[in-house]
Design a protein around this ligand. Structure first.
Ligand code: KIV
Length: 274
């Protein structure tokens, strides 16, 4: 498949590059990574942004929600990603309860990510109520990506992972939140699981790029969780995930073959021995 696809030329991506891409109309590509090898592959093929998402709570740690992952966990995985990346912009999610309390705590925790990993930006979920924190982080030199729509850290408030902002009141609030975050200095905004029409309206109303996940084609860029698009999270099948591989089946096949080869004394062969 990849043979006919033009190669993206690797270039060093900064928050400025990402903001310029909105102006030039070039779509922004973002995928998650939590370890060295996947991050290296993404970087090699010219991904624009690598997100060390707090989805690592689900897909790496096996938790039901994103709430349990800690700042230390995020820093550990972000460091592995950072060692692999030469070009992409790395963004790290701030986990639940590391920035919501007050801006001093947010600065201390975001500061740890910046000092102990040295990435390009942090991502925070929330609207108007975190605008002051966003403004403060940006003022002291910590770039912020916002996140609106379905905010998984608020799952206990919603009680469901269904599409958000289908009602006018929530949609109007989301549009206000987006404008406030842009005014506060966020350099980009993730829009998760909202109607495509609303995502388009937000995208056309703010000067910073929107990056959609389940938010339709009119966003300035797209993001997916890497294991979803690789087909490793087989039971997770929302319509917004396009599968670019069936790695779960491929890996099971390889593991089965290995078990067979060892049991039957086929592996290792003489050529594979010293
Ligand atoms: O944690 C994550 O992977 C995310 C993306 C789904 C945007 O926030």
């Amino acid at each position: 498949m990849s043979k006919s696809i033009p190669q993206s030329k690797p270039r060093v991506v900064t928050t400025k590059t990402v903001m310029d891409m909105k102006r030039t109309g070039e779509k922004i590509t973002m995928l998650t990574a939590y370890d060295f090898l996947v991050a290296r592959l993404l970087d090699q093929v010219g991904i624009d942004i690598i997100l060390v998402g707090d989805s690592l709570s689900n897909v790496v740690q096996g938790n039901v929600t994103t709430l349990p992952v800690t700042l230390d966990d995020m820093i550990y995985h972000a460091n592995a990603v950072k060692r692999a990346v030469k070009n992409a912009l790395i963004v790290v999610d701030m986990p639940f309860m590391t920035y919501q309390n007050n801006k001093e705590e947010a600065v201390r925790n975001a500061g740890r990510i910046m000092k102990e990993v040295g990435v390009g930006a942090v991502k925070l979920e929330g609207g108007e109520y975190i605008a002051e924190t966003v403004q403060h982080l940006v003022k002291i030199g910590i770039p912020v990506m916002g996140h609106l729509g379905l905010m998984p850290q608020a799952i206990n408030k919603y009680g469901t992972y269904e599409v958000r902002a289908t009602e006018k009141t929530e949609a109007d609030q989301l549009l206000r939140d987006a404008k406030v975050l842009a005014d506060a200095g966020a350099f980009a905004l993730v829009l998760e699981k909202i109607p495509g029409k609303l995502a388009r309206k937000v995208t056309e109303s703010i000067s910073i790029p929107t990056i959609g996940i389940g938010a339709g084609r009119h966003c300035d860029g797209q993001v997916l969780v890497v294991y979803d698009m690789l087909g490793m999270t087989e039971e997770f099948k929302p319509r917004f995930v396009r599968r670019y591989g069936e790695l779960a089946e491929t890996m099971r096949g390889a593991f089965r073959q290995y078990i067979h080869d060892v049991k039957s004394n086929d592996f290792p062969s003489n050529d594979e021995s010293y």
